[in-house]
Design a binder for this molecule. Structure first.
Ligand SMILES: Cc1ncc(C[n+]2csc(CCOP(=O)(O)OP(=O)(O)O)c2C)c(N)n1
Ligand code: SF4
Ligand SMILES: [Mg+2]
Length: 279
């Protein structure tokens, strides 16, 4: 990792780019999400050594390798557990978490609920392509019930998971949706999410152009700016979600819950921690 000493305010988006070349397919939405991370970090003027990006497993979860800051590519579905531990131990760091719809809503679904509930000051960004991209296109929790594919002929018939609704019901303090085709909009959402105290959740619609070729053209035409401005009223936000078509882009909800931040333990030396487990 290349650390950049000096004046963070003078940093450009390119300064947050690592020397590792992305292996994503040409045209994958995740390329634009990566650029929006870089743009947001530059706008926030965060020194790279003050930022950590934690992920799980999947195409989307490769993002920490491509960013010039601290990063950890964890195990499938466990990004929020790792990030929560890091933020509690190092509250001085700005911690962002990157995931996909399979990683974050399926195997990591339970962590999602409780991260919203705990309200630790994290920014959680899920690149949702309604598919398991890395493992070649199995249906995910957000796949449409009638999406017909060789592995699920005729579709799964299952109702999709509603990420924004789950986040709201579970207590997330900031909830938004972006589209990778709107790079500037995604960067703005990330800036707002990082500035918002507590647990911030952004679903970014990020097409998989290899296993959901139908998506890219369709999503460009379907996304539209939110008809209403953000609200701080959870009941109003919930009512708005009743009419949500899944393509409404913008900030839905900004709450005012105090973030959870337990006082760090005075002595974190391994020898001291060991004594706590002595039976
Ligand atoms: C414990 C475990 N189970 C399953 C896998 C296989 N696996 C790797 S990536 C992935 C799905 C990723 O889907 P998603 O999070 O939507 O990311 P995408 O590739 O679509 O960006 C799965 C099931 C794994 N690596 N580890
Ligand atoms: S398989 Fe899909 S999600 Fe993965 S890099 Fe290619 S286009 Fe992106
Ligand atoms: Mg996916």
């Amino acid at each position: 990792m290349n650390m950049i000493p000096g004046d963070a305010a003078a940093l450009e988006p390119a300064d947050y780019k690592s020397s590792v070349r992305p292996v994503w397919c040409p045209g994958c939405g995740d390329h634009a999400v990566l650029l929006s991370f870089q743009r947001a970090l530059a706008e926030l003027a965060l020194p790279p050594e003050q930022v950590a990006v934690i992920s799980g497993i999947g195409c989307s979860s490769r993002i920490p390798a491509y960013l010039n800051c601290y990063g950890f590519h964890g195990v499938h579905g466990r990004s929020l557990a790792l990030a929560s531990g890091l933020k509690v131990a190092r509250p001085d760091l700005t911690v962002l978490v990157a995931s996909g719809d399979g990683d974050g809503f399926s195997i990591g679904g339970n962590h999602f609920l409780h991260a919203c509930r705990r309200n630790i000051d994290l920014t959680y960004i899920v690149m949702d392509n309604r598919i398991y991209g890395m493992t070649k296109g199995q249906p995910s929790p957000t796949t449409e019930p009638d999406w017909d594919t060789a592995i699920a002929p005729g579709g799964t018939g299952l109702s999709p998971f509603h990420p924004l609704g789950i986040a709201l019901a579970s207590g997330a303090n900031f909830i938004a949706r972006g589209f990778s085709g709107d790079l500037g909009g995604c960067a703005r959402l990330i800036v707002e999410a990082v500035r918002a105290p507590g647990f911030s959740f952004i679903q970014i619609l990020s097409p998989c152009v290899t296993f959901r070729k139908d998506q890219q053209r369709g999503w460009k035409n379907l996304v539209h700016p939110a008809l209403e401005t953000e609200t701080d009223d959870a009941a109003h936000a919930a009512r708005r979600l009743m009419d949500d078509d899944g393509f409404d882009i913008g900030i839905l909800y900004r709450g005012s819950r105090e973030p959870y931040q337990p006082a760090p333990k005075a002595n974190l030396a391994p020898s001291h921690l060991e004594t706590e487990f002595v039976i």
